[in-house]
Design a protein around this ligand. Sequence first.
Ligand SMILES: [Zn+2]
Length: 413
Amino acid sequence: MTDVFADLVGQDEAVATLRHAAAAAAAVLRAAHPVAVGSGPAEVEGQPGVDPGAGMTHAWIFTGPPGSGRSVAARAFAAALQCAYGTGCGECPGCHTTVTGTHADVRLVVPEGLSIGVGEMRALVLRAASTPSGGRWQIVIIEDADRLTEAAGNALLKAIEEPPPRTVFLLCAPSTHPDDVSVTIRSRCRVVPLRQPPAAAVAEVLVRRDGIAPDVAQWAAAAAQGHVGRARRLARDPEARQRRDAVLAVPRRLTGVGAALDAASALIEAAEAEAEASVAEADAAERAALQTALGAGGTGRGAAGAIRGAAGQLKDLEKRQKSRATRAQRDALDRALVDLAGFYRDALTMALRAPVAPVHTDTAAMAEAGAQKWDAEGALRRLEAVLECRAAIEANVKPRIAVEAMMLTLWKG
Ligand SMILES: [Zn+2]
């Protein structure tokens, strides 16, 4: 009933593809180990007409908007590949260890900084080439494959072009646009497109899996605009709700140039504070771990050499942490901009009298007032200003400059 695909909300087509592939992969293993047939679970033998290999391939890309469940899909598929029954039953040790992140043959790459470097990728590719210790598959999941550096992408490409027989690469990216995934990598992978799940499906999973009250789940699902993780945070975390409230108060506060610039500062500083809180704990833990590893305070022979080495390692760590902090800031700011875009989208659909449910039910009255004042064109100009701000920051424009320009347009129209 609750197998590993249960949390992949509103993605029936993708789930069907992945189930088929997992069954085919299990058939490949059975063909390679005919001795094991009969000793395995009965369910596996019961699957009719699965050609070994058909439907399975060694490299996949999961695409879809943020929050659609790219990494959830990749992990669920990995679990199904490691499942003793080849189905992703959710119960066996293969499923369980994959889902909890402790399976020895499943490696997860989550970039902490702005990009995944070549060193990390080479090491990963090397380890992925080894024989799976569990007898099934070596699986490498790369979250945010769009953050690979060019060199790292090339290292990955080599592995995908000449794959070790039992290695499977699962990449997650927003799209297959060449900006996100190189054309050559794309050409070697099968693509599993995920769509933005409907709010009703997101609300259903919040109620079923997280035990959230139905009315809260519905509000959070709509406010999160199809982003499952964001919906869960809004439903459960009062601080996330407060941050959202502060963002949605922005349109009301824009009464002049000074107010617009103040609002820009407030938005940037809130994103910085949120990011700092989210990385502070990890930063401190890493520094402490490094100091322990380096034997802080040692005075014996060779200590001078050790200190020289330590300085280099500390510098590396600081560089990584800075990069992670920048990423966290951008992510926080982007969440705020998505909320703001939802507000102006509501104003636009109201001005057009479009029969669409508002994103933010709790600011619907304010959006309606905006719709009256600005008309459809004015609402559209403001929505575009928010989207342009997101694009500018993604293209490395300094956040403060982009946000100030946006606020001025939101004020003037
Ligand atoms: Zn299983």
